[in-house]
Ligand binder design. Structure first.
Ligand code: PNS
Length: 161
């Protein structure tokens, strides 16, 4: 039984995140999509909204035989991963610019929990520039975010404005 944690802010979930989850489904029997509760970050969607949206959109992707669940977590990610008896952490890497930060986190997490492996996955090229931050920025400035996020995310963001 191979269980992975896919941690992140998911504010909002993008098609890039879904692409990574779909790829992760080829490797793992179970993926726990773990939404970080971070009171310091000003968020567009609340934790509850993010979890609810994720649960909905995950029903629409090809998960193969992989069980994909959504939870929120607080505190150290490695502690949460240990509690979930996870074998691995999945993180998406889009470009070299992501690598430095991701490498630092992976090595710190390895120091904290040597038995837990970080698996980096590359999204499809068409999502290599898509980030939650840019999606929010272009949305706020009136541009279309179609094809960058699932239709439900666009709908929920529009409802907000
Ligand atoms: O989607 P993000 O914001 O890039 O995800 C970052 C995340 C949630 C993976 C990272 O901030 C995290 O794991 N936070 C939990 C606190 C923690 O464990 N910090 C030490 C990381 S080395």
């Amino acid at each position: 039984m191979r269980r992975a944690i896919y941690p992140g802010s998911f504010d909002p979930v993008t098609n890039g995140h879904l692409d990574i989850i779909q790829r992760g489904c080829k490797l793992f029997d179970e993926i726990v999509v773990a939404v970080l509760v971070n009171p310091e970050k000003t968020a567009f969607f609340s934790i509850e909204e993010r979890c609810e949206i994720l649960s909905e959109v995950l029903k629409t992707i090809d998960r193969r035989d992989c069980r994909v669940t959504v939870e929120s977590f607080e505190g150290l990610m490695v502690q949460y991963a240990a509690k979930k008896a996870a074998n691995a952490i999945v993180r998406g890497i889009r470009a070299i610019s992501d690598y430095e930060y991701e490498l630092q986190m992976a090595l710190m997490n390895r120091r904290l929990e040597p038995g837990l492996e970080t698996v980096f996955m590359m999204p499809a090229e068409e999502y290599s520039y898509v980030s939650s931050r840019l999606v929010k920025e272009v949305f706020h400035l009136g541009a279309s975010i179609r094809d960058l996020v699932p239709p439900l995310v666009e709908e929920r963001m529009k409802r907000r404005t």
